[in-house]
Write a protein that binds this ligand. Sequence first.
Ligand code: NDP
Length: 244
Amino acid sequence: MSGIQGKVVAITGASSGIGEATARLLARRGAHVVLGARRTDRLETLTKAIVAEGGSARYRQLDVTRREDMDAFVGFARDTFDRVDVLINNAGVMPLSMLEALKVDEWNRMIDVNIRGVLHGIAAGLPLMKKQGGGQFINLSSIGGHSVVPTAAVYCATKFAVMAISEGLRQEAGDNIRVTVISPGVTESELAESISDPAAREGMKAFRRIAIPADAVAKAILFSIEQPADVDVSEIIVRPTASK
Ligand code: NDP
């Protein structure tokens, strides 16, 4: 199947920001979207809005750090729509701080959500896509997956890891499974709200002034899905024109 019409697309972290914008856009273009996140009140409201517009959407509570949750989420999508064409590993957190602040719990949370969450998605999705004879993983990295800046060492490390895991998956997954990395620059979302460190929070303010809308990233995701099945868009970097 090529194009977007009728594809079953499961999206982690769909309760806000890029995940939410992607759900809205893909549903408008005829995909069946299955939404996962922890805040089910948000997912319920979004699902209702998509359905009210004539789209096809379902949701299920999901904590990507729990492997059994991810298995159940992907299983729910398959049971509801018979298959999963695309799994978007989008859930992520970014509590920035200098290493010397020793916010070890926040380092662990980034590793759990940003790396383990993606691995859990692969563990749930890969056997199914192999059985179906095809599919696509879309993993959210970042421009922070290409370079490191102060306060972002651990966050960038998780996004470098997403790059490495995605490249390995692309090489190993087989001829009918596409693997796409989407690497946004600063984008309007709730991501900076997870920053507890006052200096890092202040530092983000200048960046946020040039943020691009989440819909710009959703359009890059749509582009990668719409390509013919034998065309794998390996990575798209999408960032503010004003970023240097
Ligand atoms: P948001 O904070 O708006 O969205 C993050 C989403 O992740 C939320 O829906 C949140 O839902 C979900 N999430 C967080 N923890 C978990 C968890 N344990 N289990 C399931 N879902 C979880 O940020 P963005 O939309 O910006 O982030 C989306 C992705 O884009 C992330 O991977 C981020 O690193 C990446 N990115 C963002 C950039 C930006 O500038 N915005 C730039 C580069 C990359 P809930 O809390 O309901 O569980």
